[in-house]
Design a protein around this ligand. Structure first.
Ligand SMILES: [Zn+2]
Length: 293
């Protein structure tokens, strides 16, 4: 747990302040996904999560869900930087594990979907050689990332990172619009800049508007514990249908783009949260079954 404790001790604080917060839902998005997940955890998973988290988190998974973004640029965790996304060929608008899951150097199985499977396996096996606290936090973060449509964006524009444009009157890039800007604007315009209020609104939508979809969101074929390839396929499809539309270099995105993008962002945060809870419930229920056998 060395890395996490160091962060909490504030030793990396200066470093963190200097690091750009690119790639991955921003801190609000990750906090939201994990907060939503907390509401759907069964009692086995609640207990297991509390056991694995550092005491300073006081059982609150959401408080640590951005940690992998905070450390990705540090020497100790640089290896993890390629695990936050899986870009796809330009304009193909689909995702294929064998084709798309590799790092910058072409090393296979180094991408967000492989990382989700890897940390799921570690938590199930629960062997002492693994750092299970980090496995839990990486898994929780990466399930969120897999739901951000531009984490499966086009290779040619680095998932929208090199599409420089304006969000209203602010210069940014397309990737950041989907990581942070849509959420930040929604917070200001609709939720009195209070993240708690936004999370409650999404929770209400899950209960009122999407309750019939929850079982389908949670399911994985073949009794799999997690099915990240499905989350990735949905993401690139949404990127092509919404994120890349009218978002060319130098363009200015405003109300029209915000109004079409916000429902997508809110639903992806909801799906990420519900699915993370389903994955953790399956992992920890299975462990208890095995322990009792
Ligand atoms: Zn990330």
């Amino acid at each position: 747990m060395g890395g996490l404790e160091q962060v909490w001790n504030g030793r990396f604080l200066v470093l963190l302040l200097l690091m750009p917060t690119v790639l991955g839902w921003g801190p609000e998005g990750h906090y939201t996904t994990c907060k939503i997940a907390e509401g759907y955890l069964g009692k086995d998973a609640v207990a297991a999560v509390k056991d694995l988290l550092p005491a300073s988190a006081e059982g609150d998974l959401a408080s640590l869900c951005s940690w992998p973004d905070d450390v990705r640029k540090t020497p100790q965790y640089r290896w993890s930087a390629d695990l936050h996304f899986a870009d796809t060929p330009d304009f193909k608008c689909n995702y294929e594990y064998c084709r798309d899951c590799h790092d910058f150097y072409g090393n296979k199985d180094r991408c967000v979907t492989a990382a989700i499977q890897n940390y799921t396996r570690q938590l199930i096996k629960s062997e002492s050689k693994y750092n299970l606290t980090e496995a839990l936090i990486f898994l929780s973060h990466f399930v969120g990332d897999a739901h951000q449509p531009l984490h499966m964006g086009f290779v040619g524009d680095l998932g929208g990172n090199i599409i420089k444009l304006n969000w209203y009157d602010e210069q940014t890039n397309l990737h950041r619009v989907w990581d942070d800007k849509i959420i930040e604007s929604a917070l200001k315009k609709f939720y009195g800049s209070d993240l708690k209020v936004m999370i409650q609104a999404i929770q209400r939508k899950i209960t009122n508007n999407w309750s019939d979809d929850i079982t389908f969101w949670e399911q994985c074929s073949n009794n799999s514990i997690a099915c990240p390839d499905r989350y990735a396929s949905e993401s690139i499809s949404l990127a092509c249908k919404y994120a890349y539309i009218n978002a060319t270099r130098g363009s200015t995105l405003g109300d029209d783009y915000f109004i079409s993008g916000l429902p997508v962002v809110e639903k992806r945060l909801a799906q990420g949260g519900v699915r993370l809870a389903a994955i953790l419930n399956r992992i920890f229920a299975r462990k208890i079954r095995i322990a009792q056998a």
